[in-house]
Design a binder for this molecule. Structure first.
Ligand SMILES: Cc1cc2nc3c(=O)[nH]c(=O)nc-3n(C[C@H](O)[C@H](O)[C@H](O)COP(=O)(O)OP(=O)(O)OC[C@H]3O[C@@H](n4cnc5c(N)ncnc54)[C@H](O)[C@@H]3O)c2cc1C
Length: 340
């Protein structure tokens, strides 16, 4: 395969990568996204599930939503408003409660989510940008003011002038360590927090007051009525779909057990907690080895950029975590590159 060329290679097509590529593209800079998975979205990805009528429907497997509370940068606010206006993002108004709350302890909360799935937002933001999927960048090498990006078989994937890495921390540091003359001075390690997720479907509606439950349970971190989110529907014969997220502590104690085994335990915990007698269908399950990150030492900068090497890094772990952290980090890096 002939290597691709571009001005900037953005490694990873999650939230930070798609936003970074979108900003560069808008500034007239040719970029190439390189993603190891089949689709884009990263930890906001969805899983396609076959329906009885041989169509498919999608379920959010990672972040189900995000809150705008930490979106303080005026440019980011402006961007988000434009995505809402264009229908890339929708407001989700939900009834929220706690696992250990009383029946009447229900609050109306709003947040944002991609429509009709979290990753469709990424597709709309960066779907028009040249992308190489199912390609994991293993090493990056610099010579004659150019970067060469290689996969695991040491096949040359791309040649570019600049590289932006948006992988989660362990993978990002592995890649940065392949560069001889680069030193990243921030103190690592950053602790990764694992999480199991599963989606279960019921043929009759459950008598539960809230659309989302959080905190107050040892096994379940969160339970979300997926079909209460905008533009999601329930495929016949299902009437309700719930997505269950484990706590990080419980996931850690499972020692990387198979996600299907974990899904049985999550489902039992959910049914026991809410006294659900109806047997659900398990639709899908997933193990996120690095769902979130606990920064051990607070990074001073919300991105990494070496202007001599033209090598940078952005992502949630550099900017207080979460979807907004990933967006803030990508925006800050972009502004630095454009300011040079
Ligand atoms: C179960 C779960 C629930 C969550 N809930 C919330 C929530 O409610 N609200 C919220 O704000 N956030 C939530 N998050 C966190 C949120 O999803 C992340 O903070 C955000 O998506 C991170 O975006 P990112 O671009 O920094 O990283 P990622 O989304 O991880 O993107 C990195 C991308 O790089 C790719 N990649 C890595 N290495 C390579 C390589 N060598 N070559 C090519 N590609 C590579 C990966 O495949 C991935 O697509 C949740 C996450 C999970 C897993």
């Amino acid at each position: 395969m002939k290597p691709l060329t571009a001005e900037v290679a953005v490694i990873g097509a999650g939230t930070a990568g798609c936003f970074a590529a979108n900003l560069l593209d808008e500034a007239g800079i040719e970029c190439l996204l390189i993603e190891k998975s089949r689709g884009i979205g990263g930890r906001c990805s969805r899983r396609r599930i076959a329906r009885q009528d041989s169509n498919h429907f999608g379920i959010d497997l990672g972040a189900p939503e995000f809150s705008l509370r930490k979106a303080s940068h005026p440019l980011l606010k402006e961007k988000i408003e434009s995505w809402v206006k264009r229908g890339y993002l929708t407001t989700w108004t939900k009834r929220a409660s706690h696992f250990d709350g009383h029946k009447r302890d229900i609050k109306i909360r709003t947040s944002h989510c991609g429509s009709p799935s979290m990753s469709s937002w990424h597709n709309k933001v960066a779907g028009h940008i040249n992308i190489l999927t199912q390609s994991k960048v293993k090493t990056i090498e610099r010579s004659s003011n150019q970067w060469s990006l290689y996969d695991e078989q040491h096949q040359l994937l791309a040649i570019t002038k600049q590289v932006i890495i948006t992988s989660p921390p362990e993978q990002a540091i592995d890649l940065l360590n392949t560069v001889d003359d680069f030193s990243y001075s921030e103190r690592l390690p950053i602790e990764s927090l694992p999480q199991y997720v599963c989606a279960i479907g019921f043929q009759s509606p459950l008598n539960l007051q809230a659309d989302a439950y959080e905190s107050g349970h040892g096994v379940l971190f969160r339970a979300v009525r997926e079909n209460s989110k905008p533009d999601r529907n329930c495929p016949i014969p299902l009437q309700e779909i719930w997505v269950l997220h484990s706590t990080h502590e419980w996931a850690h104690a499972q020692h990387h057990a198979d996600s299907q085994v974990a899904a049985i335990k999550l489902t039992q915990s959910f049914c026991q907690h809410f006294d659900v007698k109806m047997a659900p269908h398990t639709l899908t399950s997933h193990y996120w080895r690095m769902a979130r990150h606990k920064p051990v030492v607070q990074a001073h900068q919300t991105f990494i950029w070496d202007k001599t090497l033209k090598l940078g890094c952005c992502g949630d772990w550099l900017a207080s975590g979460g979807t907004i952290g990933a967006l803030n980090s990508a925006l800050a890096l972009h502004q630095t590159i454009m300011g040079e």
